[in-house]
Design a protein around this ligand. Structure first.
Ligand SMILES: C[S@@+](CC[C@H](N)C(=O)[O-])C[C@H]1O[C@@H](n2cnc3c(N)ncnc32)[C@H](O)[C@@H]1O
Length: 205
């Protein structure tokens, strides 16, 4: 079985991951800072000593990297790279703050933009973290930084990924990236982007 480290999993499990992870060949290892998520590993994405270097075929992080400070993001992406096998890849998705900014200009900061299992999500929740969770004492749910397509691409570059692909998903107000630990054929990288993210079409980066 191939191994995917699901970082900042929350309540999500393998069945919530993009279709590429659903072909029966993947085993999921879940990691979260919150014991309430019932993860295999309780830990923080900045430093994952429980996960051996070069041990994972893939890493998946959804709505997670915005929970660390701007200056920590490159270190987090390097930590993701450390745990990957030489041919491994990571998939990162997070809010698209450029689009959120456009929504704020159009509708204001407290306008509900979409519904989540936790209830309606406003631009305020996307910028600063889910307010109801923070109100109940889960301060790790606060958002400490934000990304647009160019900004997250720069972080992947600084973290030393030889190849990465990224694209905006306007309907989800999110960014999707795939980062490879080693270089590979560009067509194959584009194909893997479509297999392991929720986006069809070629990535723009
Ligand atoms: C918005 S939720 C996303 C949950 C899930 N990945 C999803 O997309 O539905 C953010 C998750 O990141 C976790 N988290 C926050 N800071 C973290 C950190 N430093 N290391 C690991 N997980 C963290 C939270 O506990 C929470 O489960």
């Amino acid at each position: 079985m191939k191994k995917v480290l699901h970082v900042g999993c929350g309540q999500a499990t393998l069945k919530n991951l993009p279709l590429g992870f659903q072909d029966g060949s993947w085993e999921e290892i879940r990691l979260d800072i919150s014991p309430e998520a019932n993860p295999d590993i309780v830990g923080t994405m900045q430093d994952m000593p429980e996960v051996e270097s070069g041990s994972m075929d893939a890493l998946y992080s959804s709505h997670n990297v915005e929970h660390v400070y701007f200056h920590e993001v490159v270190g987090v992406l390097q930590e993701f790279k450390r745990v990957l096998k030489p041919e491994g890849f990571c998939v990162v998705t997070c809010p698209d703050i450029q689009l959120v900014a456009q929504k704020i200009v159009a509708h204001g900061i407290d306008y509900p933009l979409y519904n989540s299992p936790a209830g309606p999500i406003t631009a305020n929740d996307i910028l600063y973290g889910h307010s109801d969770s923070i109100k109940h004492g889960d301060h790790f749910m606060a958002h400490k930084t934000g990304f647009d397509l160019k900004g997250l691409a720069q972080r992947f570059e600084k973290a030393g990924y030889p190849l990465f692909k990224g694209k905006r998903n306007d309907s989800q107000i999110s960014l999707w990236f795939i980062g490879f630990k080693a270089g590979m054929d560009d067509d194959l990288a584009n194909q893997m982007f479509q297999t392991y993210t929720r986006l069809s079409g070629r990535p723009v980066l």
